[in-house]
Design a protein around this ligand. Structure first.
Ligand code: ATP
Ligand code: MG
Length: 409
């Protein structure tokens, strides 16, 4: 499915761009904070990046690869290993084992190669390495390593056999995802987002959408692409002011209008993905009649009425879904898509609602669905508890020179 990504900044008037003074004052406020999270400005000196990163990420099991090594494991970035391409650059499948690095389990990986002419750059690469180096959760894609050599900026992730939700849901010849798999994906994605919003220092994902939800062999959803993620507001701040970035059709209206970013902006985007799962339609579809092109505008007024809801449900489900489950999911989507950010639920509330919606039922059903789709039994993902995550955060960061600079500031 070729769904064109548009960066908001590309077509928004420049009046929405935040001036440098605002950005600087935000950075200064961050430096005065007692929190250990590193901000991008702490990494501005190119010469110390590799050194600082490897110290900061010590203990997090993130490997530093050379460009040559990644070239080798992807067969010279060959087209037969090509998985796809987004704003960051092309992605290739590769294979690592302990011959490459002692301690590396033999496993397939996905290597994302920064395209220097693309829409993203060093800043996004660095944000991704820092955040995924710190944050571990079974619903966040795992970063195995990175490469930072001359102009080369690569990211090495665990390989997700089923690719993105976007491909699974919208690709023309893909098998339709069953209702229970869809709801399990919605639950996993909610857990992933909740883990970011509830991290010791909140993270706002900022680019939540179907193409950034990757699927494991058992359809476990994992969030990927942290390049646009931002630290959440601190102390008395109600929001973070930032340039408007994200993807057309998913970004929250107040964020587009003001550049004010909160966790509620992610909740809105979550509501859009929930609508996509219910209706099987993309967030924006220029090939549809004018009033149906924007999914939220078209579908939201129909979510509260069970009869109308039935009419907008994905025809590929062929009626094979729980009516009550669909009504609950629709109601949840309705609230997530509220125009008033404060009226949206938190991601934890969303997760609980989806859990109540019958996780046990989902698990059983998922097992049956897997049999139908002929899927081999899943590898159980490594789960980090919240407190283990916190300790990891603190252990990894305390020893870093950048953290010490922060402490001195
Ligand atoms: N860890 C991974 N395992 C398997 N496939 C992956 C992995 N990461 C990315 N891909 C595939 O690579 C393709 C490009 O992904 P990428 O995240 O770079 O771009 P995108 O999400 O399509 O666009 P955007 O730049 O808007 O995020 C996608 O089709 C995705 O399925
Ligand atoms: Mg992506």
């Amino acid at each position: 499915m070729t769904f064109k990504k548009c960066k908001w900044q590309a077509f928004l008037p420049s009046c929405f761009k935040v001036d440098e003074t605002t950005l600087k004052s935000n950075n200064e406020q961050k430096k005065q904070s007692s929190s250990p999270r590193l901000s991008w400005s702490d990494w501005s000196s190119n010469s110390t990046i590799s050194e600082d990163l490897s110290i900061t990420l010590a203990g997090s099991n993130i490997h530093v690869f050379t460009h040559q090594e990644l070239k080798m494991i992807t067969h010279n970035f060959s087209s037969s290993n090509f998985l796809g391409e987004g704003g960051f650059g092309p992605v290739y499948k590769g294979f690592v084992d302990d011959k490459l690095r002692p301690g590396l389990n033999a496993r397939p990986v996905a290597v994302k190669v920064l395209d220097l002419d693309g829409t993203q750059g060093h800043r996004e690469w660095l944000t991704e390495v820092i955040l995924l180096g710190e944050l571990r959760h079974s619903n966040l894609v795992k970063l195995i390593g990175y490469c930072c050599e001359e102009d080369h900026r690569h990211l090495v992730y665990e390989y997700m056999p089923r690719g993105s939700l976007e491909n699974q849901l919208f690709r023309r010849f893909s098998i339709s995802l069953s209702w229970s798999i869809r709801m399990n994906i919605a639950l996993g994605a909610a857990k992933g987002l909740a883990s970011l919003h509830e991290a010791e220092k909140q993270v706002i994902f900022r680019d939540f959408k179907a193409s950034n939800i990757l699927l494991d062999s058992d359809y476990t959803a994992k969030l990927s692409d942290f390049g646009l993620a931002k630290d959440g507001p601190e102390g008395d701040q109600t929001h973070v002011t930032t340039r408007v970035m994200g993807t057309h059709g998913y970004a929250a209206p107040e964020y587009i209008m003001t550049g004010h970013l909160t966790a509620a902006s992610d909740v809105f985007s979550y509501g859009v993905v929930l609508l996509e799962l219910l209706t099987g339609r993309t967030s924006v579809d220029k090939n549809r009649p004018h009033r149906e092109q924007n999914l939220v505008e078209w579908a939201r007024p129909q979510l509260k009425d069970p009869r109308k809801l039935r009419r907008i449900m994905d025809p590929r489900l062929d009626g094979m879904y729980s009516e009550i489950g669909a009504q609950k999911a629709a109601e949840l989507a309705y609230h997530c898509l509220s125009h008033t950010a404060k009226c949206r639920p938190s991601m934890r509330d969303v997760e609980s609602t989806k859990n109540e919606n019958g996780q046990c039922h989902l698990k059983n059903k998922l097992h049956q669905d897997n049999k139908i789709h002929g899927i081999s039994s899943p590898n159980s993902p490594r789960i980090y508890s919240d407190s283990a995550l916190e300790q990891r955060f603190i252990r990894g960061l305390k020893s870093s020179p950048a953290h010490q600079r922060l402490q001195r500031a």
